[in-house]
Design a protein around this ligand. Structure first.
Ligand SMILES: Cc1cc2nc3c(=O)[nH]c(=O)nc-3n(C[C@H](O)[C@H](O)[C@H](O)COP(=O)(O)OP(=O)(O)OC[C@H]3O[C@@H](n4cnc5c(N)ncnc54)[C@H](O)[C@@H]3O)c2cc1C
Length: 357
């Protein structure tokens, strides 16, 4: 019988599995997908999460280094932030592939069907059988079926803001000004446009928008940059919603990552937060297996505070990115200029790079 069963080998389940394996804990990981999904999701890995990954021996060889962010309105630069240490960008599925190479005992194509939580051990039901464990980690994502089966309710912020997103080769982009290596945020009157450098001379473009508009049109209107004819074919949409599970520890079952909290992608913190939760959880699991009854509740208390801070930060990012009525736009520009200058800028930089989480 393994000490710990993990349901879900997304980035967060994979990190906690690798950390537990390194501590000598007997871990079994079950992942319902046969292969890693390449659906575009996280791109930014912030310094504290990079430190966790490096400590596990991941080199992140293909990542791009982002040391600077710039706030713009049209051609005017409202301010800039230095990221020291830098943020690294690479598509989530490539990070997951690197993590996968560090894991032993991952059974892909094997969904966890249900969990029975008993007094002496838990039992995890799989297609064709079941396995016992001392603890079960539900890292099964935002729609966690384990969370639902346990009846754990969530505080939810459904989110009405709609965003368009596409990863585009710089070679297809037509702009008078060089885009350079900085993360760029245009605070146009109609709403925000974000542009993050990716490996291989690509950028992720994200714009807040109403229905019935295309990403290329909005980016051209708000920034003057023309994304090229392919942009609208590769555009995806998402709604920026958030949730926080009311309990993360229930008997022998622990919710981790998006199963415990969903953070709006605006600000890019969900995966990073989950990786930091995982890094804090691994030693607490060892303590709990050795009989420390407060190890898991203590972990939940500490990490819940970090999740609340990340969600508040994401809510702030979304509010700053809304469209402003014409008379208020100059006031907003002034506010953004002030945020990007001393003495606030270093605090803002720390918040954006998650060094306080
Ligand atoms: C558009 C977009 C952009 C984003 N950008 C960023 C960003 O820049 N930075 C950032 O930090 N975050 C970002 N995020 C959030 C980030 O993608 C998530 O926070 C992250 O994927 C959460 O990881 P996870 O391992 O908890 O869950 P998931 O990645 O959802 O992994 C859960 C895994 O569990 C598996 N699973 C589900 N049910 C079962 C079951 N019953 N049995 C076994 N396996 C199961 C799934 O197949 C999946 O592999 C973004 C999200 C979106 C949608």
């Amino acid at each position: 019988m393994p000490d710990v069963v993990i349901a879900g080998a997304g980035p967060v389940g994979a990190v906690v599995a690798a950390l537990l394996q390194r501590s000598g804990v007997d871990v079994a990981v079950y992942e319902r997908r046969d292969a890693i999904s390449s659906r575009p999701r996280a791109v930014g890995t912030h310094p504290p999460a990079v430190a966790v990954l490096r400590d596990l021996g991941l080199e992140l060889p293909g990542a791009r280094v982002i040391s600077r962010g710039e706030a713009r309105d049209g051609d005017s630069i409202l301010g800039s932030l230095e990221f020291d240490p830098p943020v690294l960008t690479q598509p989530q599925h490539l990070l997951q592939a690197e993590l996968d190479a560090h894991l032993r005992h991952v059974r892909r194509g094997t969904p966890v069907l249900s969990v029975d939580d008993g007094a002496r051990s838990a039992r995890v039901h799989l297609p064709g059988g079941s396995v016992g464990a001392q603890l079960v980690i539900a890292a099964d994502g935002v729609d966690s079926s384990i969370r639902a089966a346990l009846g754990i309710r969530r505080q939810r912020w459904p989110g009405h803001a709609r965003y368009l997103m596409a990863d585009i080769d710089d070679g297809h982009v037509d702009t008078a000004a060089a885009l350079g290596d900085a993360a760029l945020l245009w605070f146009a009157r109609g709403g925000v446009v974000e542009s993050f450098p990716l490996p291989g001379s690509r950028r992720r473009w994200v714009a807040r928008t109403a229905k019935g508009t295309s990403l290329s049109r909005i980016v051209a209107e708000r920034t003057g940059v023309r994304l090229g004819s392919d942009a609208d074919q590769v555009t995806t949409t998402f709604t920026a919603q958030q949730h926080l599970a009311r309990r993360w520890v229930s008997g022998r079952v622990i919710l981790l990552g998006d199963a415990a909290h969903e953070v709006s992608p605006i600000g890019g913190q969900g995966m990073n937060l989950g990786i930091l939760d995982a890094a804090a959880l691994a030693p607490r699991i060892v303590d709990a297996l050795n009989g420390d009854a407060d190890a898991l509740p203590g972990w939940e208390r500490a990490r819940r505070r970090s999740a609340q801070r990340a969600m508040a930060q994401a809510a702030f990012n979304m509010a700053v990115g809304t469209s402003a009525p014409r008379p208020l736009h100059p006031i907003k520009r002034g506010g953004i200029r002030a945020l990007a200058h001393r003495p606030i800028a270093p605090h803002l930089s720390r918040a954006f790079t998650m060094t306080t989480l």
